[in-house]
Design a protein around this ligand. Sequence first.
Ligand SMILES: NC(=O)c1ccc[n+]([C@@H]2O[C@H](COP(=O)([O-])OP(=O)(O)OC[C@H]3O[C@@H](n4cnc5c(N)ncnc54)[C@H](O)[C@@H]3O)[C@@H](O)[C@H]2O)c1
Length: 483
Amino acid sequence: MICQPTASHFVDGRYLEDEAGDEIAVIYPATGTPIATVHAATDAVIDAALDAATRAQAEWAALSPRARGRVLTDAARIMRARNRELSELETYDTGKPLSETLVADATSGADALEYFGGLAGTLTGEHIPLGGDWAYTIREPLGVCAGIGAWNYPTQIACWKAAPALACGNAMVFKPSETTPLSALKVAEILLEAGAPAGLFNVVQGMGMVGARLATDPRIAKVSLTGSVPTGKRVYAAAAAEMKHVTMELGGKSPMLVFDDADIDNAVGGAILGNFYSSGQVCSNGTRVFVQRGVKERFLDRLAERVRGAVMGDPMDEATTFGPMVSATQADKVMGYITQGRDEGARLVCGGTRLDRPGYWIEPTVFADVTDDMTIARDEIFGPVMAVLDFDDEADAIARANATPFGLSAGVFTRDISRAHRVIGALRAGSCFINSYNDAPVEVPFGAVKMSGVGRENARAAIEHYSQLKSVYVRMGDVEAPF
Ligand SMILES: NC(=O)c1ccc[n+]([C@@H]2O[C@H](COP(=O)([O-])OP(=O)(O)OC[C@H]3O[C@@H](n4cnc5c(N)ncnc54)[C@H](O)[C@@H]3O)[C@@H](O)[C@H]2O)c1
């Protein structure tokens, strides 16, 4: 087993095993071969993690914010220094090509650690003058936070949650997706090496039941989930029962609008990035591509030509640009949608086939003449399936783009700057792009509206979701009581 970790869990500063938990096989998606086995956390493991986190949180919160920040920036430095090794592990865990993991996973995690490490020393309350009397606020941590991850960006998700949480003085118990359990263990190792106290960042493995245990445990003050909308509804409801804070980063079916006056090559490039990066397994993907009728055929011709250039080879070869689906289940689900697209009358422009080779390979697929009522235009597929829809009129395109319960992202391609801002202003989405798609630098808030989630990750905005304010009223004179 080439990626077997020392043990399944990382609790209180060391690896921990409990073989009583259900076995979880870790599969390399490119070949379908097992690379590791981990065990789901038992109640004893979960308790140990929560107790360690509770103890470490008090110690951590008592440090000066700048001392906390230094640990995070040191962790960022270690992560960058080990980028290749971490990227190779991420490629084994997810199947994403090394050409991607080298630039978008540990590096993005390091960006978050560095950014929030720098921010830690700047987090303050405020002074509120009241004409004689005055008040002040103290920004306090929430306590122990639970992080629950999806399988598409395991390192990035762990860091995007841990970095702001730790910067604010919280501890974290993180449960990776059962499909990709390996990388978060490395994040835990690195944080410890950078000087985080034992127990500050713990990793426990398991299926949804382990996540549910965390979401309902009274020792947890906040739950941050990255996952699908149905899971988000369950976790949000469970957290609400205990009045816990939440961040929900959920699924999407985001629109991308390409107007007649757009630079077609840039629009095609945006559509490729917004549909086929990570083999389409990206929450913010612009999978409904609305193309104005005047440029439709030119857009489709150029798109098909460029998609044919995707290199579906060994993910460890840096020349490979397109990897497999993460699992057999996901590949089956995506193939089901492709069949449904054909059955419902969409025109297959390219792709559509599952490759006859080991692993879970599906060609990048483009459907044209898609209509709003088709299943492939409504459901989040989470695979390499682009739906191209036609439009004539701007207002009509905006209304159709907004006619979805999701609200994660939206993009517009046009050379008309007034139109670009007008359209983005009217689209109901949290993370938007003008003449670009899927950029997610740590300096910019990332999050959703409607069913795609609540709260924001990244940027200063994330601080609001990992800290709370204590208000203190200070009377400068005597207290005047009625009796
Ligand atoms: N908005 C974002 O930032 C973002 C980023 C990446 C992925 N996603 C979304 O994630 C989904 C794909 O990931 P997935 O298939 O791993 O999602 P999923 O909802 O199946 O699982 C997500 C996580 O939740 C856990 N879980 C499942 N049931 C639970 C429960 N009842 N209580 C607590 N935890 C539970 C899972 O074990 C896993 O760790 C897609 O919908 C995608 O759009 C969103």
